[in-house]
Write a protein that binds this ligand. Structure first.
Ligand code: PLP
Length: 446
């Protein structure tokens, strides 16, 4: 075993941590938490401190930590066949089985699954496939993609552009030109406090229609959105939002990409957010919950309509020139199969719905009337607490006050509960594993 001070030194000298204030880390002002174990909803660090992980890692360890069924499936696959590629028609029993299991759970108009490794690369694949299809269909000018401010779709060049959060653009020369942004359905921060929810939906839809008209529908290929905005603040859509958006997209022949990286496989208490909100996507992005993060794996679920264009296109153009070495990696696929089996066997989607509803109700109840709580909102096993300076007058804290991060740090220190200070605004996010009990929900609220 390495000494702690030795490990800390190597950490500071060798490790480039993602999404981290590098200078503060170097100065020793950020915690160096070395995580050593996990079981159920808890992780443990090297000092033996046990923390209730109310964000399931990065809302990905959906079935909870320490699931030996998945670990065993990974080990068996690695021993049997650690790797073979999926190019030119190759596959493994695990990857083929998993594709079938995903389609069995997806809306019936979905047709094929393309596997990647991360949510970011899956969204990158989606945009490329949409462009490819429009070139095949003889409309090469129909390429722009509309995303929403506050949306999160990844950190790549195109996906970082789709992401509508300033932190992910600043100094990176993003967003790139094929991406346009429109307003998020964030009712709490509506432009006018007197607006009803229905009026706000009309307002969002009108803005989208105006953008389409200004740009020209024949230049716009797709609209991408998370069923519930995640990293941008955990914001469920107002009633009627998705059907109204869907109608505009259908009218203008614009594809819908449902980014289900967070919502896929049960987090809302339904298998997919698309089912939950009556969306009819042409592509669905999946990642996190597909393996509950036991191994990296993502996917693009493609509709029959889009698939037939892609398939026919190869007769004229040859094989699709898009592939990752690790597409459909057998070890990750084995983790995915075991994960989905476990979710079924323990009825974890229903548990996420039921305990998530309990958590949201208990949180709202406990914080009702609190002068610094503007709103408690959520859906299924997603919950957010919006902190404000003055709840009555809807006055927000200044960004430099860092109230969200301070409250999260306080919860960690005093209650040993991990909440996530969402990256924009003073929002505390909760997205626990689906195996959360009501007692653990009470612990988070307390
Ligand atoms: N899409 C959504 C909705 C996400 O929440 C995330 C990550 O949090 C991504 C895409 C990107 O996934 P990854 O971090 O695996 O690249």
């Amino acid at each position: 075993m390495l000494r702690n001070d030795q490990l800390d030194q190597w950490d500071r000298d060798s490790f480039f941590h993602p999404s981290t204030h590098l200078a503060e880390f170097a100065r020793g002002n950020l915690p160096q938490r070395v995580v050593t174990g996990g079981s159920g909803c808890y992780i443990q660090d090297r000092d033996g401190t046990r923390l209730l992980d109310a964000f399931a890692g990065l809302y990905c360890v959906n079935v909870g930590y320490g699931r030996s069924e998945i670990a065993d499936a990974i080990a068996e696959q690695a021993k049997e066949l650690a790797y073979y590629h999926a190019y030119m028609g190759h596959g493994t029993e695990a990857s083929i089985t998993l594709a079938k299991m995903i389609l069995d759970r997806a809306p019936s108009h979905m047709s094929r699954v393309y596997f990647g490794l991360s949510g970011s690369d899956a969204n990158e694949t989606n945009i490329k496939l949409v462009w490819y299809a429009n070139n095949i269909l003889g409309r090469p000018e129909k390429k722009k993609i509309i995303s929403r401010w506050r949306g999160y779709h990844g950190s790549g060049l195109v996906t970082g552009s789709l992401t509508g959060l300033e932190l992910f653009h600043k100094k990176f020369d993003l967003p790139l030109p094929p991406v346009l942004h429109t307003q998020a359905p964030y009712y709490f921060r509506r432009p006018d406090r007197s607006m009803s929810e229905a009026d706000f939906v009309t307002h969002c839809v009108t803005e989208l229609e105006q953008l389409i008209e200004t740009q020209g529908a024949d230049t716009i290929a797709a609209f991408i959105g998370e069923p519930v905005l995640g990293t941008g603040g955990i914001v469920p859509p107002p009633d009627g939002y998705w059907p109204a958006i869907q109608a505009v997209l259908d009218k203008h022949d614009i594809l819908l990409i449902a980014d289900e990286v967070v919502t896929g496989f049960g987090r809302l208490g339904s298998m997919f957010g698309s089912d939950h909100y009556g969306m009819r996507p042409d592509i669905m992005t999946i990642a996190k919950g597909l393996t509950s993060a036991y191994a990296p794996l993502s996917g693009s679920i493609i509709s029959e309509k889009l698939w037939s264009v892609l398939e026919q296109g190869t007769d004229e153009n040859g094989p699709i020139g898009h592939g990752w070495t690790y597409s459909a990696h057998p070890v990750s696929a084995a983790a995915g199969v075991a994960n989905l089996q476990l979710i079924d066997a323990q009825d974890l989607v229903a548990q996420a719905g039921a305990v998530g509803a309990y958590l949201n109700a208990a949180m709202a109840d406990a914080l009702k009337g609190h002068p610094h709580v503007g709103e408690v909102r959520g859906e299924g096993m997603l919950c957010a607490v919006e902190l404000v300076r003055d709840a009555d007058a809807s006055v927000f804290f200044g960004a430099d006050e860092k109230v969200g991060p301070r409250v999260a740090a306080h919860m960690l220190e005093h209650a040993k509960v991990i909440a996530r200070a969402m990256p924009q605004g003073d929002i505390l996010g909760f997205a626990p594993p689906f195996c959360l009990t009501k007692g653990q929900a009470d612990e988070i609220v307390a």
